[in-house]
Design a protein around this ligand. Structure first.
Ligand SMILES: [Zn+2]
Length: 166
């Protein structure tokens, strides 16, 4: 108990001369980790469909020209290696739904390194900026981790069929 005062004072004495760079550094870290607002998910409830299959997988792969969409050169360039996996931009485990607007095609190495990382705003903006250069006409570039009405209805039909089965 008697030690607490001197310890705090000692800590403050060590830290204070460094505040001029510690505070800006802390602010940069906070800003760089900030998520992209307004793109969902609007709940942490997990989509009953875990992986990208069938039409959703094909749509994401085709939009990317079957090439990796990850960034290179500090998110400016594009990896472009052959894509092997469709990844959730906002991870499935964090409420990101298994929908085309939340999917990206990745190569083996980028899929492994992404894991369940929730990407910050600059990652999303970088992906959308790169996409403008390669997606086919008519395909959207926008990342949106929210189900539309059709996607929600597909889950409901699927759940009903499952319960109806003997
Ligand atoms: Zn890659």
């Amino acid at each position: 108990m008697d030690l607490a005062g001197p310890l705090v004072q000692g800590f403050a004495a060590v830290i204070t001369p460094h505040l001029w760079w510690l505070i800006p550094l802390l602010l940069v870290v906070i800003v760089m980790r900030f998520p992209m607002l307004g793109r969902g998910p609007n709940s942490s409830r997990r989509d009953p469909w875990r992986g990208f299959k069938f039409a959703a997988r094909t749509a994401v792969m085709d939009r990317a020209g079957r090439r990796c969409e990850a960034g290179a050169l500090l998110a400016w360039g594009r990896c472009g290696d052959p894509a092997v996996e469709v990844d959730h931009v906002i991870p499935w485990s964090r409420g990101g739904p298994t929908v085309v607007s939340n999917g990206q095609a990745l190569c083996k190495a980028h899929n492994r390194s992404k894991g369940s990382w929730v990407p910050p705003w600059w990652y999303i903006l970088g992906l959308e900026r790169r996409r403008r250069g390669y997606v086919p006409a008519g395909s959207g570039v926008r990342v949106l981790a929210v189900m539309n009405d059709d996607e929600r209805a597909a889950r409901e039909r699927w759940a009903q069929q499952r319960t109806a089965r003997p």
